[in-house]
Design a protein. Structure first.
Length: 474
């Protein structure tokens, strides 16, 4: 075999395929939803100011290799209608090095779907391109109207959301362990078709209206050729500044930022969005002609990511969020004010978060520690080595999602119409059966990342013990 043939047949790295797909998706969505381009410009401007004004943040991102990923970072969201569609999506995303992480039950908020997030899981892969797709599966079994459920099922059973070429390339990637450059480029082109907007509905207006009256999201999932991308979300370093500046650029934001309140040390995920667009669509008529109508589904979202929380931290977060919502229901004040009041109980320094075991950290050697590692070994506890300036700690970025926040974003963009149905009925086992795989545990992934960073420090320092204990003298 010649060198030319070796080069031609070499597999393209999954990270590179994911980066190509992410860029292609962004370009397509910018063309379909021009307001998304304005949003990207706003986020880029806010991020530039944040990095200029916050030297600590700039240094932290530089040290953890997180700076380069900011401009490329975004997540998309889609909704599919059948188990077969979800199963094939898992295979499609695997070609790009994306795995299903976490189970989200949105039925608790009256939305008849359950979800996962497809994303890379290794730190190096995340730093190269952290693109994610939040993917929801419609739960038709939660619709009580049997006739409506059957009609929706028939429509979904008769559609194919993947091109033949995309399916063939997925088969090829699985059979041979990857795709060469030519196949990878075609794969990106063909996969993109699944997420493209189609203005012509698969159904007539009468069925659309029935689905819409049951739940707007059901109408969105069932009525069209495929799971058009319904938002594409850039990452900002200051979501409060974005929220304030959106109206200045002619963008109408939702009223409340979802997630925790503004803090010195951001935790988990905060999200906001501009309101969904009312778009022209066409419905089939019996004579084969098309009747003009409208549909509201796609919107623009922005996110700010903070530190990942441990199980203890998540329990405290949920407790304070529940406390806030109970106070709102009791009429004790405005949501945003009560949220700030409740979260005063959540420590707001990285030192406190670590000391109380509330968050995950990435450990590395300081300059002093690196010099010591070159010559002599040293042992001690994590606390003692931090105190001695031998170790440094940096927040591990939360890469996942919050079901209450996701539901809040969905609901704010569905409008006030439609039945207010409560569907609380989680079923992770059924979701994983449809998926054809177990979802990964996000908390286990963060714990693994933290421990790997400690192990690396341990090996470099030749320390005997790196456990979190009481501080020891330097």
């Amino acid at each position: 075999m010649t060198n030319d043939n070796i080069q031609t047949n070499a597999f393209v790295a999954k990270n590179d395929i994911r980066a190509q797909f992410s860029q292609a998706m962004s370009a397509m969505y910018k063309e379909e939803v021009p307001a998304y381009g304005a949003l990207m410009d706003l986020v880029a401007d806010v991020n530039a100011v944040s990095l200029e004004q916050d030297k600590y943040l700039h240094e932290q991102l530089t040290h953890t290799d997180g700076l380069a990923r900011i401009t490329e970072e975004r997540h998309g969201a889609i909704r599919v209608g059948t188990e077969k569609e979800l199963f094939t999506l898992r295979r499609l995303f695997a070609v790009m090095g994306m795995e299903p992480v976490s189970y989200y039950d949105l039925s608790v908020a009256g939305i008849p779907v359950h979800s996962t997030a497809f994303r890379p899981v290794d730190e190096a892969d995340l730093n190269q391109n952290p693109f994610r797709i939040f993917t929801s599966l419609l739960r038709l079994e939660l619709i009580e109207d049997e006739d409506l459920r059957a009609a929706a099922q028939e429509v979904l059973d008769n559609r194919e959301i993947f091109t033949t070429a995309a399916l063939n390339l997925i088969d090829r990637a699985e059979a041979q362990g990857g795709l060469n450059a030519e196949d990878a480029a075609q794969f990106v082109t063909e996969a993109l078709e699944t997420f493209r907007w189609h203005s012509k509905a698969n159904i007539d207006r009468e069925l659309y209206n029935r689905l819409h009256d049951e739940h707007r999201l059901i109408a969105d999932i069932v009525s069209f050729h495929g799971p058009h991308i319904n938002h594409l979300t850039p990452r900002t370093l200051d979501i409060d500044a974005v929220q304030v500046d959106m109206p200045k650029r002619g963008i109408d934001p939702k009223a409340v930022i979802e997630g925790p309140p503004q803090r010195k040390c951001p935790i988990l995920l905060r999200q906001t969005s501009f309101k969904a667009l009312e778009e022209k669509v066409f419905f089939k008529q019996a004579d084969g002609s098309w009747e003009e109508g409208s549909h509201t589904a796609r919107f623009g979202e922005i996110e700010q990511r903070g530190i990942a929380l441990t199980p203890k931290g998540r329990a405290l977060y949920d407790e304070l969020l529940d406390k806030t919502r109970a106070a709102v229901r009791a009429g004790e004040g405005a949501y945003e004010d009560l949220l700030v009041e409740s979260f005063a109980a959540f420590p707001d320094s990285y030192e406190e978060l670590r000391a109380e075991g509330l968050a995950f950290f990435r450990y590395s050697l300081s300059e002093k520690g690196a010099e010591i590692a070159k010559s002599v070994g040293i042992s001690g506890t994590v606390d003692g080595l931090l105190e001695a300036g031998i170790l440094r700690m940096d927040p591990i970025v939360y890469e996942d999602f919050l079901p209450v926040s996701a539901a809040g974003i969905f609901q704010s963009n569905l409008g006030d119409g439609g039945a207010e149905v409560v569907y609380s009925n989680p079923s992770q086992a059924a979701f994983e059966t449809a998926l054809g795989a177990k979802v990964l545990d996000e908390l286990a992934l963060y714990a693994k990342l933290e421990q790997a960073s400690l192990t690396d420090c341990y090996e470099r320092l030749s320390a005997k013990s790196l456990k979190s204990e009481a501080p020891v003298a330097a």
